[in-house]
Ligand binder design. Structure first.
Ligand code: KDG
Length: 350
């Protein structure tokens, strides 16, 4: 039963269901009470990401640092670490849970082992535009998922943008659903991606982001899939010949703070962290979209053979993968999936 029939059956058609926010400006799920302390203390905030400093996410972290230090009069200092120097997404997320690191901003995909519902953002071909993704992430669905983080000793302050993922490989252009057959493709450590690429006849190999370049260079995998800004800033054009504009998944980043650290902050310090994450998030989203356009030109100039994928072929891929998304919709909650699709429809038909 498709989501429209379900919605009518359940009679859940409430206008204005969308809870608008910046990128997580609404409730972060953090403890509003804070430590009860007032004022701003001298603090050092260790913030690590997997991507390089020149990637829009790295630039977003620099903006976050500027904002926190300005808003706190220099008392709260942010130390940024790029290119997985503090470890991969999993390791940095665990460091936050243990109170050994204060901030990281991973994709939602590697978090699905902890919060399975984040897997809905790994369903292929859900969003056509970034605006549709923002409507879901900054609306009820995205904000509700942030509230699942505190029980895992994490606070989510909002969503930044990784973006629409495209396929690169060293074998041949991928123009049709058929063309995936036999390709060894690195995927994120995420069951939806794994099953979806298997269904397309590819041979998926899950690994941490920090291992991808070496795997491509050593030809242990034929290809990988990531947004254009990541493909460029990770220099995949040096080890990949073909770029196929599949735009098969939109991946969000989630701005994570250690709950151990968060609970020790005063309300004023919590507000500085949240306002800075939201403001830097808006800046990062805009920069990411500009960089994606520039990255496509740069990757072509660097010699990558770029091909578009027709809507008809994308429909075919979606059809082939449907048994996978049906299976995971049951696992993640069909009501949640229907809510996401309702918000997409609303944004699409605005
Ligand atoms: O730390 C960087 C990763 O969170 C991000 O790039 C995830 O898209 C991702 C990938 O392919 O691992």
């Amino acid at each position: 039963m498709n989501h429209w029939v379900k919605k009518l059956a359940l009679g859940i058609v409430l206008p204005g269901m969308l809870v608008l926010g910046g990128c997580g400006a609404s409730k972060s799920g953090g403890s509003a009470s804070g430590s009860g302390k007032s004022g701003i203390q001298q603090r050092t905030i260790k913030a690590g990401i997997g991507l390089n400093e020149d990637h829009p996410e790295g630039q977003g972290m620099i903006k976050f640092k500027e904002l926190v230090e300005k808003k706190s009069g220099g008392k709260m200092k942010v130390q940024n670490f790029f290119s997985a120097t503090l470890g991969d997404d999993q390791k940095m997320t665990e460091a936050l849970q243990g109170g050994l690191q204060e901030v990281t901003v991973p994709s939602t995909s590697p978090l699905v082992g902890m919060i399975k519902e984040y897997g809905i953002f790994d369903f292929p071909f859900v969003f056509n535009t970034e605006e549709e993704a923002y409507a879901v992430l900054d609306g009820k669905v995205g904000q509700e998922l942030l509230k699942k983080l505190p029980e895992h000793n994490l606070i989510g302050l909002g969503y930044w943008e990784n973006g629409f993922r495209n396929l690169t490989n060293s074998k041949h252009p991928v123009k049709t659903a058929e063309d995936f057959k036999g390709l060894k493709i690195r995927t994120m450590q995420n069951e939806v991606h794994l099953d979806a690429f298997k269904k397309l006849g590819a041979n998926p190999s899950p690994m941490a982001f920090s291992e991808v370049f070496t795997a491509l260079e050593g030809k242990t995998v034929d290809g990988q899939e990531n947004p254009l800004a990541t493909i460029k800033s990770s220099k995949y054009d040096e080890v990949q010949s073909y770029l196929s504009m599949t735009k098969h998944v939109y991946t969000p980043f989630v701005f994570l703070v250690s709950k151990k650290f968060w609970d020790g902050l005063s309300e004023e310090e919590q507000k500085i962290m949240k306002d800075s994450a939201v403001e830097a998030g808006k800046y990062q989203r805009d920069l990411n979209r500009k960089e994606n356009e520039k990255a496509l030109k740069d990757l072509e100039k660097a010699g990558m053979k770029v091909n578009e994928v027709s809507d008809a072929e994308k429909e075919k891929m979606k059809e082939i993968i449907k048994p996978v998304t049906d299976k995971y919709a049951k696992k993640f909650g069909e009501d949640l999936v229907n809510q996401m699709m309702d918000e997409v429809d609303k944004a699409r038909n605005q």
